[in-house]
Design a binder for this molecule. Structure first.
Ligand code: ATP
Ligand code: MG
Length: 584
């Protein structure tokens, strides 16, 4: 896509429309762009006038007057230029500030499936650097290109009316300049694309390695990773150097071409002055015109590239925004107090529409009862949770809460009546308290402490430096697994859900923590409907019902006693195995 050399008007139009809230500044900038061209061309024109009309005629007062006018024009140009740069950049910054919010707002509402299939780096790149690039469309691309083109147009006009012969002489080098500019533009574009690609590679590499540093170090893979990094680093440097090389060639080439133009012009112009075809004023003003024409031409190549890069970036950002992979949220049922019955009615589900992970699953949980789900790894246990809180929607069948399909509930209401403790606890950077309340102001510190005491987490939290204000590192890296688990239990309890869902961590913990966690779980599930994906017998035995899941199918369902009585039953086998372990 990056290599497509296209200039898409409808895309440009859509970018421009981003500035709609800043109409005034937009038109102000446009007006400035138009004004700047004649104002900047006026200066050399006035110099020419001064030489021909006043200096030659020895008109000192007239000369002073026109010198003042030139000064005035210069000041005017400076002010206009300042306003122009500030206005265009202000607009660019405002547009991308709004856009960042829009992108994040969109990402935050996307389906879980989007995150399954999109690298984290992609989403961050869209929100940060791609959006940043769109800024350049406003600050360097659009209006400055218009201003530059207008300047060239005006200069050319003034040159032609002053002396068409001199103008033609100057233009003889133009084909070389245009040729050089075109080649440069293409080369630089390619190397900038490479630079961007390498930056992305390096970002992705670093992000992953730093998160997984423990694995790198445990497996002594430092040297190997160092080598990988050096490779990427080398490519990155090379891409940058290539881009610099083109600049290093292009700028001197332009200098030479413009010097050649100048030389030709003076050679011919001097004779013209002698022959009285060209005025001296014109000869003095022409070098100024020339530099005024060459500078924008030299910059145009760059600016056009910038504009194009901005458009490519915007195309990607728009693609993300247009991606309508949100979970449909057209349910209208308000939550109210639920009694908390849950029913899976013949549910079949595949993450990828082909490999069904759950197959014709039906079961029911009565209000305030606890269902334990057991089954081997990959059998679809966590998937049940993903469906219940609508991270995904099942292809077949229906899920009912209090007798109503979960699709009839507004998603936010649905989720607010569920509390889920996930298998891998995720903690954010912030205090323990904030991690429990998730910055919900309606939950007081006292409530948190009360819940912690009830769960049995208060003791360990108190002991942390700073207690409830202890700053948790990103991902909770400085806390133990058991501690993280307990914090997530408190989180679930303070939200006082109608239905509690718990995906027990598989990791084994010491008997003491085990008993604390067991106690916490009992507190959590008391007086509410609960689904527990359990790995510990102690947890399972307290459940009203146990469901054995195998390869997405319900195999056994019933109370502990009932399941134990099944000859060659799966649960019975599991039970015996765990008992063996315990008695060893
Ligand atoms: N986001 C996903 N995208 C695609 N496939 C997935 C996704 N999550 C899980 N799967 C697949 O679905 C199947 C069931 O996964 P699930 O997480 O429900 O297992 P589980 O019973 O919770 O296992 P465990 O006991 O190890 O937690 C697995 O084969 C897994 O590979
Ligand atoms: Mg799981």
């Amino acid at each position: 896509m990056e290599n497509k050399n296209r200039f898409d008007i409808s895309l440009l139009w859509r970018i421009i429309k981003l500035a709609a809230p800043y109409k005034v500044v937009f038109f102000f900038s446009a007006a400035l762009a138009v004004l700047l061209a004649p104002v900047s061309v006026a200066r050399p024109r006035l110099v020419q006038e001064m030489v021909d009309e006043y200096i030659f005629k020895n008109d000192v007062p007239g000369m002073t007057k026109i010198a003042m006018v030139i000064l005035g024009v210069l000041i005017l140009e400076t002010v206009l230029r300042y306003l122009f740069i500030y206005a265009t950049n202000w607009m660019g910054q405002s547009v991308i500030r709004d856009l960042r919010v829009r992108v994040f707002k969109h990402i935050i509402n996307l389906k879980t499936r989007y995150f399954d299939t999109t690298a984290i780096g992609t989403s961050t790149t869209r929100t940060i650097s791609d959006v940043e690039t769109i800024n350049t469309v406003f600050s360097q691309g659009g209006f400055t290109i218009i201003a530059d083109l207008l300047t060239i147009f005006f200069v050319l006009g003034v040159m032609l009316t002053t002396s068409w012969q001199l103008t033609l002489i100057c233009l003889t080098t133009m084909p070389f300049l245009i040729g050089a500019t075109y080649i440069f533009k293409e080369k630089v574009k390619k190397s900038f694309q490479r630079v961007r690609k390498e930056i992305q590679r390096m970002n992705g590499f670093l992000q992953e390695r730093i998160t997984g540093m423990k694995v790198v170090q445990i497996f002594n893979a430092e040297e190997e990773e160092m080598k990988n990094f050096k490779d990427i680093n080398r490519e990155y440097t090379q891409a940058n150097l290539d881009a610099i090389l083109y600049y290093a060639i292009f700028f001197p080439v332009v200098e030479i071409i413009s010097a050649a133009s100048l030389g030709l012009m003076i050679w011919w112009g001097a004779r013209g002055v002698l022959d009285d075809v060209v005025s001296l004023g014109a000869l003095i003003a022409f070098p100024l015109y020339l530099s005024m024409m060459f500078r924008p031409i030299r910059m145009l190549a760059d600016k056009f590239n910038t504009l194009q890069m901005g458009m490519v970036a915007s195309e990607r950002v728009f693609k993300l925004i247009d991606n309508d992979a949100k979970i449909p949220n057209d349910g209208t049922l308000e939550k109210g107090k639920l009694s908390g019955s849950v029913k899976f009615d013949n549910v079949s589900f595949a993450y990828n529409d082909v490999d069904f992970v759950l197959k014709n699953l039906s079961f029911e949980i009565k209000p305030n009862e606890t269902l334990a789900i057991v089954g081997s790894t990959g059998s679809g246990k966590s998937t049940i949770i993903n469906l219940l809180n609508r991270f995904y929607d099942a292809q077949k069948g229906d899920i009912l809460i209090d007798g109503k399909s979960i699709k009839e509930y507004n998603i936010q209401n649905l989720r607010s009546c569920l509390a889920i403790v996930l298998q891998d606890v995720f903690l954010f950077g912030g205090s323990v308290l904030e991690n429990i309340t998730l910055r919900d102001d309606t939950i007081s510190r006292e409530q948190v402490i009360e819940a912690s005491k009830m769960i049995g987490a208060h003791e360990f939290i108190e002991k942390l430096p700073g207690g409830y204000d202890y700053e948790v590192m990103e991902r909770g890296a400085t806390l133990s697994m058991g501690q993280r688990q307990l914090i997530s239990f408190v989180r679930a309890l303070v939200f006082d859900p109608d239905i509690l869902i718990l995906d027990e961590a598989t990791s084994s913990i010491d008997p003491e923590t085990e008993s604390i966690i067991q106690y916490a779980i009992e507190k959590l599930i008391a007086k509410r409907t609960s689904i527990i994906i359990a790995h510990r017998l102690s947890t399972i035995r307290h459940a009203n019902n146990i469901m054995v899941l195998e390869k997405g199918k319900l195999q056994e369902f019933g109370s502990h006693q009932m399941l134990l009585e099944i000859e060659n039953g799966h649960y019975r086998e599991l039970h015996e195995m765990q008992f063996l372990e315990l008695s060893e």
